[in-house]
Structures are given as structure tokens and as C-alpha cells.
Design a protein around this ligand. Structure first.
Ligand code: BG6
Length: 462
């Protein structure tokens, strides 16, 4: 069979997960508590259907069968994250040997099945003890993170070559410090920018440690959720609103991670409003010296932006939203089961931007996917007929293919996610997996998309 859309040799086909979302065993195997365990214990009503992080897909006990399933559907790569609180229960200090054994087994099992592990160090899961010391607001936590990263490179760097420092570092900033959807539920832009800044310093420190470890053939990068910003019109006010949204939500991480410095316009805005973060001597040099080798791009939806209709309230607290309004473009295509816009060309626009403005850094789609509520309604003959997900992936892949044709340096595509998983406050509301998971029995069942993706990865195209 000849493909209409063929991808470069060695293209990475796989899926992405994170420790807290799939492992389960939250109180087992010597794991320390992280902010999710704690927040659920104290405010379980904030979680969809009161379901907490203990009730996940139980990868901790079922990783062998899951890796067999990955192999069956043609994965050549798979992203997992290490749970910091499982490896170092207090966040700093003693290493938990049971965790070392667990991650060793998972990595070895993947390699034995010819699936390359992509390992991410932080996916929203701050160890509780460190959060109690101020979390990312405290520079000591930045040091603890660099230490933790070094331990991971030492323990697993003999086999893992693809490393990521953070997944979507903006989410703990937005969720934890701006819009109250993650613990510690602070709403304070000044503290938010400090958290964002310290996270990028932590990233650069981890890259520095990584390079000193000399992981053979190793590459290190970061995973960012890039949300292309589209203005409502070419009117200068809309263009400015869109540019500022891009500065706050994309470039505040993309520029330091890839170019090694913050955009001047962002710094000017923060300065003007008295929101510049505190820095330490040597930070700028550290950022400049430790840019990423590669980039993971999580793409779900664009951000459509228009100029503010009411002038910002000069007496209210400073927020990024002072500068723009969200524009609900008439006629946009929606995922009716999740309420997010579907705009496949966004993936192409991101890649072209990386090519033109970010040195065409090697990158890959590290998450893209379609969340669906009550997905059981699509079961026929015992299988979820998720043709909507197949269409979703196919149309995004077409645009990714187009970007590659035009010289973009895209290396792979990972779906979010391998199996249905626990998604923070949304718990099991939105299902994303190639495999569904029965929350009672933990039984996994392949959806139609799993077989479709198998044929795509086996043919390296479609
Ligand atoms: C991504 C995160 O942004 O979105 C994942 O990296 C998350 O951790 C996924 O699960 C889906 O989110 P939701 O809210 O639709 O379940």
C-alpha cells in the first residue's frame, strides 16, 4: 500500500501519560505525598465525581500488560513521567529504592519491547513537603529539583536518552497562582510570575546538570502547551491584544527555553506594572547557556483574541487578562464532548513559527488528543467506535505532514493518551485513551482508534 501521507523514517509514533494520572498506588511503594494527594484529602469536592488520584488506571501494577498493548498497537516511543514524590518522598533527601526498582522495570520492559522511553521529570506533581516550603516560589525548591533531576539522570540515564524537564510549566502557574484550578489556589499575578520564572530557572539548572552527566546520545528539552493566538481582525488593537496573549501564554516559556532569554516586550509590561520577578545574579547567563536540545509541543486548541472591550480597571489587581478578551469566533469547529475548539491548522502554524523564529529546533507533537465525556455511549459490539478521534488525529497529522514538507523539523506524534486516565480536577470526566479503562475492574479495552493508529505507525503514514 502506498501512503498519501508518508512521514520521515524513524518518525516517533506513540502516546503520552504522566505518573500521577496513571500509576495509582498513591500511598504504596514508599511514595511520599504530593500536592494532589493532599488536596484531594482536604477538598475532595473540588474533583469531578469526588474521584481522587488513588483511583487511576493502576499502571503501577499493570505496566507489563500495558507495555505489551503499546507494542501491539505499533508504538515505537512512549512518554511517562517520574513521580518526584515516589522517587524522593520528601522532595529532597532519601531516595526510595522501591521507586528505583519500579522505574527500572518500566524502562527495561519498554526497551525490551523496542519502545523508546521519553521521560519527563515534572508533570504538575510537587511533593507536599516542598510545597509547604513555598513550592516554586522558593529558590530552595529550585535547588531540590536540580538535585532530583541529577538523581534521575544518574539512575536511568544509562538507558533513557530522551529527557524532558517539565510538562506544560504554565499550567501550575495558571492553575495554582492565577485562576484557582490547582493547589495551592492562590490568585496573585505577582506570585504567579515568580513561580513561572523560578520554574524556568529550575529548567535551566536541570539542563546544566544533564550536560554535566554526559548521558550518551542524550537530548533534553521541555514540553510546552503552545496555544497559537489568532486576532479577531487586522485592526491594530486586536493585533496588539493577540500579541500580548502570545507573550504571556506562549513566549514566556518558549523564548527562555529555546532562545535563552525573555522577550523584552513582556519584561517591559511586567516592569511597568511592578510585577517583575526577583532574580539572582547569574540567572541570565544560566538561561542563555542552557537552551533546550528539543521541544515537545502539546497542542489542543487555539486562543482567539480580541481587543479589550472595556478598558482595564486600573484599581483592580494586575492580570494578563487586562490586555485582551477571548473571542468566540462564530462558526468555529468545536469538540462537542469537551467544549474545546478544534483547529487542525494550528499544528502547522506552530511548526512554521518554530522554523522561522526558533531556529527550527527539533520538535515533536508531545500531546494532541480529543477528550470525550460519557464515551461508553459509543460502544458497539463491545468496542468504542471513536471515529471522531480517528478524524481528529488524521486531520492534525495532515497539517503536521504539510509542515514537514515545508521543512519543519518535526520528529514525531504522541497522542494524549495511551489509556483513559485521571485528569486532575476533571478526574475521569474526559476520556482520551486508545484504551478505555473500567474503573472498577481496571480492565482495558482497545478503542477503534487504537487499531487505526497501529496501521498508521506500521505504515509510517496513511
Ligand atoms: C494536558 C495535560 O494539558 O491536558 C494532561 O498535560 C491533561 O495532564 C490533559 O490530562 C487533558 O485535560 P482534561 O482537562 O481535558 O482532562
Amino acid at each position: 500500500m502506498t501512503n498519501t501521507y508518508s512521514f520521515p523514517n524513524g518518525f516517533w509514533w506513540g502516546s503520552a501519560t504522566s505518573a500521577t494520572q496513571i500509576e495509582g498506588a498513591a500511598g504504596e511503594g514508599g511514595k511520599g505525598k504530593n500536592i494532589w494527594d493532599y488536596w484531594y484529602e482536604t477538598e475532595s469536592n473540588r474533583f469531578f465525581d469526588h474521584v481522587g488520584p488513588e483511583t487511576t488506571s493502576d499502571f503501577y501494577h499493570r505496566y507489563k500488560e500495558d507495555i505489551r498493548r503499546m507494542k501491539e498497537i505499533g508504538h515505537n516511543t512512549f512518554r511517562l513521567s517520574i513521580s518526584w514524590a515516589r522517587l524522593i518522598p520528601g522532595g529532597s533527601g532519601e531516595i526510595n529504592q522501591e521507586a528505583v526498582t519500579f522505574y527500572n522495570h518500566v524502562i527495561d520492559e519498554l526497551l525490551e519491547n523496542d519502545i523508546e522511553p521519553f521521560v519527563n521529570l515534572f508533570h504538575f506533581d510537587m511533593p507536599l513537603e516542598l510545597q509547604e516550603k513555598g513550592g516554586w516560589e522558593n529558590r530552595e525548591v529550585v535547588e531540590a529539583y536540580a538535585n532530583y533531576a541529577g538523581e534521575c539522570f544518574r539512575l536511568f540515564g544509562d538507558r533513557v536518552t530522551k529527557w524532558f524537564t517539565f510538562n506544560e510549566p504554565i499550567v501550575p502557574v495558571e492553575g495554582g497562582y492565577l485562576y484557582d484550578f490547582h493547589y495551592p489556589n492562590v490568585v496573585d499575578a505577582k506570585r504567579a510570575f515568580q513561580v513561572a520564572y523560578n520554574t524556568m530557572v529550575a529548567h535551566a539548572k536541570a539542563v546544566d546538570v544533564f550536560r554535566k552527566h554526559e548521558v550518551q546520545d542524550g537530548q533534553i528539552g521541555i514540553i510546552l502547551n503552545l496555544t497559537p493566538s489568532y486576532p479577531r481582525s487586522n485592526n491594530p488593537a486586536d493585533l496588539r491584544a493577540s500579541r500580548i496573549a502570545d507573550l504571556f501564554f506562549n513566549r514566556s516559556f518558549l523564548d527562555p527555553a529555546v532562545l535563552g532569554e525573555y522577550p523584552q516586550e513582556l519584561m517591559d509590561i511586567l516592569h511597568e506594572h511592578g510585577h517583575l520577578p526577583q532574580t539572582e545574579p547569574g540567572d541570565s547567563e544560566l538561561l542563555r547557556a542552557n537552551t533546550s536540545d528539543m521541544l515537545g509541543v502539546n497542542y489542543y486548541q487555539p486562543r482567539r483574541v480580541k481587543a479589550k472591550e472595556n478598558l482595564p480597571n486600573p484599581y483592580g489587581p494586575f492580570m494578563p487578562d487586562w490586555f485582551f478578551d477571548i473571542y468566540e469566533m462564530p462558526g468555529r469547529k468545536m469538540n462537542p464532548y469537551r467544549g474545546w475548539e478544534i483547529y487542525e491548522k494550528g499544528i502547522y502554524d506552530i511548526m512554521i513559527n518554530l522554523k522561522e523564529n526558533y531556529g527550527n529546533i527539533p520538535s515533536f507533537i508531545s500531546e494532541n488528543g480529543m477528550g470525550v465525556q460519557d464515551e461508553e455511549r459509543f460502544i458497539e459490539n463491545g468496542e468504542i467506535q471513536d471515529d471522531y478521534r480517528i478524524d481528529f488525529i488524521r486531520e492534525h497529522l495532515k497539517w503536521l505532514h504539510q509542515a514537514i514538507e515545508e521543512g519543519c523539523n518535526a520528529k514525531g506524534y504522541h497522542l494524549w493518551s495511551f489509556m483513559d486516565n485521571w485528569s486532575w480536577m476533571n478526574a475521569y470526566k474526559n476520556r482520551y485513551g486508545f484504551f478505555s479503562v473500567d474503573l472498577e475492574t481496571k480492565e482495558r479495552t482497545a478503542k477503534k482508534s487504537a487499531y487505526w493508529f497501529k496501521s498508521v505507525s506500521e505504515n509510517n503514514g496513511f
